[in-house]
Design a binder for this molecule. Structure first.
Ligand SMILES: C[S@@+](CC[C@H](N)C(=O)[O-])C[C@H]1O[C@@H](n2cnc3c(N)ncnc32)[C@H](O)[C@@H]1O
Length: 465
């Protein structure tokens, strides 16, 4: 039985693949099944046939997986958010740990016995401190809306993307990732914007006003920031002010920032901002430290998980108080601040200037005097840093991993230890394998920072060969 696009097949899901799809084999050919859970038998339709693999979607679950549990969210069947919520949490953890082993071995040719047991997230619901919601000029109708058989209008929507569709946004009614207050605020903003007379941004026509709503929370400080991103429209100032007054009255919002972004790329990033009320940023506490977080700065999205993760980074760094440490991709300096009391000095590098400004404020807030930060692209900055030889290097790149120039720079620098933090096992495996002639991999610690999603965080410890 050969796999062909459009063909219907009955298959058993063998395992999860990195990225979260179920994997099945048909006569040795790999078939990725969207939403497939290991152990389930499903009838599928092949949606795409490629040279080395094919893709399919489920038409019918013939026998459910023994690892399956009922979804807790009303939107589970189409939301691109936490789409592993149908898998028992213990089994999610087992699969994540296994995926790290397999990825390091198969993609990086690395020793999988270095992988230690995964650390679960301290919280599995309401664990996120940041959610980005997109506006849509033509919202996608949910199955329950269609079933009501009332006339629906493809008007302004604000919510999350339908799984696998960057251009489809549905109105979110409930969400278990951030907090119930965040969902209330989302609905409040949505109603206001729908009634404002101003259009949502249309990604096909590249026009419209409302673009993104980002809600950030300090989980340990009970502070909340609303970051609204629109295109530029000088006539809309009164509307934004009225929205600000409404948000202030809710008593749930500490600060409201309005940013504009006229670029064509669909990224929730404010190019120029004004603060409507409050300080324009929120604070968060992790361990004994305080952090300022500005609207565009990166901050770990699972703060209680981050505290444990940073503890492991510190342990892996093996500091005695006399070391120079580089914290590459340092964001708002949170890792720098965690390790600084145990090192002689810390040098952080970060691309986003706003995050570097936050990092400087953060060291001051915490009375730390041995950190300096550089704003810039690491692949450029690393050459300037190379005159100052570090004992320990910590890296924490985005999902795409490290640029080959950065890898070459790390090889040239004779650091005793390298602690590699990563939110993508595939690029971690690639980067560690490129470093393998200079650094020996000792241990890899997987962390679950993103329950109910297939995302996996890791901390890897390497020593100079
Ligand atoms: C995964 S975050 C880690 C931040 C920080 N270590 C933390 O735990 O909060 C990655 C950071 O790398 C920054 N970044 C991305 N590309 C970069 C580059 N080429 N050079 C320097 N920083 C970069 C991002 O802005 C982001 O703050």
């Amino acid at each position: 039985m050969a796999i062909k696009a459009g063909k219907e097949l009955i298959v058993k899901i063998e395992k999860f693949a990195l990225g979260g799809k179920g994997l099945s084999r048909v006569n040795g050919e790999v078939l990725f099944v969207d939403g497939g859970i290991p152990g389930a038998t499903v009838r599928v339709k092949v949606t795409r046939k490629k040279k080395s693999y094919s893709e399919a979607r489920i038409l019918e679950v013939i026998e459910p997986s023994p690892d399956e549990s009922p979804p807790f969210c009303f939107h589970a069947s189409y939301c691109g958010g936490c789409y592993w919520q149908r898998v028992n949490y213990d089994r999610q953890l087992e699969w994540k740990e296994r995926l790290v082993r397999e990825t390091l071995e198969h993609l990086g040719n690395l020793d999988a016995s270095t992988v230690r047991p995964i650390t679960p997230s301290p919280e599995t619901l309401y664990y996120r401190n940041k959610m980005e919601f997109a506006f849509s000029a033509r919202r996608w109708f949910r199955p329950d809306e269609i079933a009501k058989e009332v006339e629906l209008k493809r008007d302004c929507g604000l919510g999350l993307h339908v799984k696998g569709h960057f251009d489809r946004v549905f109105n979110v009614e409930e969400c278990y990732l951030e907090s119930p207050q965040a969902v209330d605020l989302l609905k409040t903003v949505r109603e206001f914007c729908r009634g404002s007379g101003l259009p949502a941004y249309d990604i096909n026509r590249k026009e419209g006003f409302w673009r993104f709503l980002v809600i950030r929370e300090g989980k340990n400080t009970d502070q909340r920031l609303i970051h609204l991103i629109t295109t530029t429209n000088d006539e809309a100032a009164g509307t934004i002010e009225a929205l600000g007054q409404m948000l202030e009255k809710t008593g749930m919002v500490t600060t409201f920032v309005h940013s504009t972004n006229d670029s064509l790329s669909q990224v929730a990033f404010g190019e120029s901002s004004i603060v409507l009320f409050g300080q324009g940023y929120i604070e968060e506490r992790l361990g004994n430290f305080r952090f300022r977080i500005s609207p565009n700065s990166f901050f770990q999205t699972n703060p209680r998980g981050a505290e444990i993760l940073y503890g492991k980074v510190l342990e892996c760094a093996g500091l005695t108080g006399g070391e120079t440490v580089w914290d590459l991709y340092c964001g708002t300096g949170s890792i720098s601040i965690f390790v600084a009391p145990h090192a002689r000095r810390v040098v952080g590098v970060e691309l986003v200037e706003e995050a570097v400004a936050d990092a400087y404020v953060n060291v001051e807030l915490n009375g730390i005097e041995n950190c300096t930060f550089h704003a810039g692209d690491i692949k450029e900055v690393i050459r300037e840093l190379s005159t100052d030889v570090p004992d320990v290097i910590i890296t924490d790149p985005p999902r795409a991993g490290m640029n080959p120039k950065v890898i070459r720079g790390l090889k040239d620098v004779k650091a005793r230890r390298l602690v590699a933090v990563s939110c993508n096992p595939a690029t971690l495996a690639r980067d560690l394998s490129m470093l393998a002639d200079s650094y020996r991999l000792l241990e890899v610690y997987p962390f679950d920072m993103f329950p109910h999603t297939p995302h996996i965080e890791c901390v890897a410890l390497l020593e100079r060969k």
